[in-house]
Design a protein around this ligand. Structure first.
Ligand SMILES: [Fe+2]
Ligand SMILES: [Fe+2]
Length: 134
């Protein structure tokens, strides 16, 4: 069983965005699986790079929708995106500096992000975007 199972509770009911969020859940599960096997050192570089690439594509997708439809909560939302980018940057620096505990730090941070950002901020734009897309 995966560390985090995708379920409808994560869905914002917009297929392209759900697909990207699923990818984040997969990344979390990949990191967790490697940690359980004591092999996180083998995948950490790849995971951090995937996170950086993911962030670029995914935040752009959401923010494009915000500007396209004039989402009123865009500013607060984008502040959290920028904080995420800074945090991933700092994990990257810690990794390069060979600090210990980077895997656990990333796992905790991403698990928390699912709850704090996706289940709150992201889900909040669902009805607004869907109404505008229709
Ligand atoms: Fe998101
Ligand atoms: Fe978001």
């Amino acid at each position: 069983m995966a560390f985090i199972e995708w379920s409808e509770q994560f869905s914002v009911d917009i297929a392209s965005i759900d697909e990207q969020h699923r990818h984040l859940v997969e990344l979390i599960n990949k990191l967790h699986g490697a940690m359980m096997a004591k092999e996180s050192h083998l995948v950490l570089d790849e995971i951090i790079n995937e996170l950086i690439a993911y962030t670029f594509v995914h935040f752009n997708t959401e923010e494009e929708f915000f500007s396209q439809f004039g989402y009123p909560e865009a500013e607060n939302h984008m502040t959290e995106h920028r904080q995420f980018i800074e945090k991933v940057d700092s994990f990257h620096r810690d990794f390069v500096a060979k600090k210990i505990g980077v895997s656990v730090g990333i796992l905790d941070f991403l698990t928390d992000w699912l709850k704090s950002h996706i289940l709150n901020r992201d889900k909040a734009y669902g009805p607004f975007l869907r109404a505008n897309m229709a």
